[in-house]
Ligand binder design. Sequence first.
Ligand SMILES: Nc1nc2c(c(=O)[nH]1)N[C@@H](CN(C=O)c1ccc(C(=O)N[C@@H](CCC(=O)O)C(=O)O)cc1)CN2
Length: 367
Amino acid sequence: MYRKILMRMRMRMRMMNATRKVVVGWAKEYKRYLSTTTTNQILLSPPLVSVDLPEIWGSTSTLYHHHPSQSPVSHAKIINGKSIAEEITSRVASNVKRMKESIGKVPGLAVILVGQRRDSLTYVRNKIKACEEAGIKSVVAEFPDSCAEEDIMTSLSKFNEDPSVHGILVQLPLPEHLDEEKILNLVSLEKDVDGFHPINMGNLSMRGREPLFVPCTPKGCLELLLRSGVEIVGKKAVVIGRSNIVGLPIALLLQRHHATVTIVHACTKNPERITCEADIVVTAAGVPSLIRSSWLKPGAVVIDVGTCPVEDPSAEYGYRLVGDVCYEEALSIVSAVTPVPGGVGPMTIAMLLCNTLDSAKRLYGFT
Ligand SMILES: Nc1nc2c(c(=O)[nH]1)N[C@@H](CN(C=O)c1ccc(C(=O)N[C@@H](CCC(=O)O)C(=O)O)cc1)CN2
């Protein structure tokens, strides 16, 4: 009886050691990957399928060295999304130039814009401007608020068929009377540069599957973390908000990068208690100054996706943009934080350029 137990224990120890070797080996491999970017590679994010670990559970306490900083950090790093986005845009531009020179083709983006929402008009204008900067061809199909679903479907079908269009996006949100699901389902999988097609989203959520495109804002958040040298493996991450555009896909991405992820949402009891244990906080609640200093762990890294206009008579247009995080309070506690504006927003657009370029490269087999 004792011999049997002893043998079982030895066996288990051997399995745990094997697992440890795989995980440590993988972590080293992953670090090496991050430190070797080639000239044509624009982003630090590795191909998704390569970050898969064997599903063997065991004690990992000796594998990852966790150094929680207990003392308040007074000099938080401000993660400058605007300048990172500019750098990425110029890399996309040189790739586009190279593509044009060698195969005589440029990537093309088609945008569907419905209605006159001020924020949507701004975002689409900025996307078109960014395409111009990068040498990407763009076209916008504009529809009135009251348009029929059929008109959008017809326009989408034309873009799906057009060989000069490599990326298609439908600016969200759509007016209430339109069926968002039906419309997004019609976008060709190969041109779905927003990554909102249920097959792309489904593949993102499954182990060993690779979506053709990752949604732009979450991809931008991840790139900011990687470029800021933030270690993700084994860290506690809290995502605030569960939208299809940000909350859900960023939670999936962080999990793929081996963080332990908790999603906090409007129905969560005591979200402050959960969030204040996180090493990484990504917040996309859209509630100005929701995240006070008491919500944050000293030394945490905070990515603020919230962008809300609040009245400010002293501002140029009578309003200014604020994030979910009480920025001034966070500065004295966290180790790094993104500002609003100038943090995640510009990265969303830079990632759209990357996805559009990738789509064209994939079609032409251009590397
Ligand atoms: N089809 C999509 N719709 C929406 C998406 C999306 O990714 N695809 N995301 C958001 C809006 N969005 C992109 O469309 C977006 C939001 C913010 C910014 C940005 O650059 N913000 C700036 C401030 C800009 C300003 O002056 O208003 C910043 O934060 O610095 C870009 C794109 C919802 N819809």
